[in-house]
Design a protein around this ligand. Structure first.
Ligand code: NCD
Length: 312
């Protein structure tokens, strides 16, 4: 079906990986997000009133699923939700058949799956747009657009910043995606991870070569010259040994003490959920911007959805 559509010149747009995007694409998203923020201020729009969007989440989600659903509804679209635990997958149906069927019902599919490459696989089967809402430890492109837009909006600029990525870089798809995203705009990137939990060498080399950035690996965040401190949790569910995850977690926490030397205009971001890696006292620090960042999920995802259909 997809090949037949391709033959007659029908082009289907997807959002699968930040690696598929260029700096100009991100800047173009920024303009679309600003338009969507304006739409949100005005209320509900009808840009996608003839569309039905399916959300298929095979892994837990609060923000990503609900903000995609909210974004779709604010655009006037309807949403159908797939519950993996109560579906025919439980009877043994393949992911391929599941996608093929849902693709026949709806106009776009938002998918989160534990297998790396699952969203791209879905896009090969589907005749409609597919959005990757997280595939294993690999990619989470809509989160990266939220993160980059948050940096621009909450720090006031997107380039020329010292950015520190702090946490379980090895297992966090939000970090893998963001690494490419920040490298498009910034030259100085520091990586801080517990032993054995940084990016693999290939990923670092790829980003350094492609973007000409200087990546430094540190044991602890050197906070004094940092402009953006991006934290993520230890991704316990991706550890083969859960005790190891617990051990690492205990040694790894951002406190008010850590922030003493930080710049006044530094911002702290986090994709959330946060567990123990940020002390509660930090939430009330004016530099902690993660709750505002999460709110930007709706206009950013409105822009992503509207863009897929050429409506913004
Ligand atoms: C992230 C995810 O699922 O990758 N959450 C999110 O989408 N905001 C981060 C995480 O779970 O740590």
């Amino acid at each position: 079906m997809r090949d037949a559509l391709k033959e007659i010149g029908v082009f289907v747009k997807h959002l699968l990986s930040v690696r598929d995007l260029k700096k100009e694409d991100v800047l173009s998203y920024f303009r679309k997000i600003e338009k969507m923020e304006e739409e949100v201020r005005k209320g509900r729009t009808n840009l996608l009133e003839d569309k039905i969007i399916a959300t298929l989440f095979f892994e837990p989600s609060t923000r990503t699923k609900l903000s995609f659903q909210t974004a779709a509804k604010r655009l006037g679209a309807q949403v159908v939700n797939f519950n993996a635990d109560a579906s025919s997958l439980k009877k043994g149906e393949s992911l391929m058949d599941t996608i093929r069927i849902i693709d026949g019902y709806v106009d776009a599919i938002v998918i989160r799956h534990e297998i790396e490459g699952a969203a791209r696989f879905a896009s090969e089967i589907a005749t409609h747009p597919v959005i990757n809402a997280g595939d294993g430890a690999n990619q989470h492109p809509s989160q990266t657009l939220i993160d980059l837009y948050s940096i621009k909006k909450l720090r006031g600029k997107i380039s020329g910043l010292n950015v520190t990525l702090f946490g379980d870089l090895k297992h966090a798809r939000a970090m893998h995606s963001l690494f490419y995203g920040v490298a498009m705009f910034n030259r100085n990137i520091a990586l801080v991870a517990p032993p054995g939990l940084s990016f693999d060498e290939r990923t670092v080399e790829e980003v350094e070569t492609e973007f000409g950035v200087k990546v430094t690996v540190k044991e602890k965040p050197e906070i004094d010259d940092c402009d953006v401190l991006y934290v993520c949790r230890i991704q316990k569910e991706r550890f083969s040994d859960p005790y190891e995850a617990e051990r690492v977690k205990k040694e790894f926490m951002l406190t008010q003490e850590t922030l003493k030397k930080a710049k006044k205009d530094m911002i702290i971001l986090h994709p959330l959920p946060k567990i123990d890696e940020i002390a509660h006292e930090v939430d009330s620090d004016s530099r902690a911007k993660y709750f505002q960042q999460a709110q930007l999920g709706v206009p950013v995802r409105m822009a992503i959805l509207a863009d897929l259909f050429g409506k913004v």
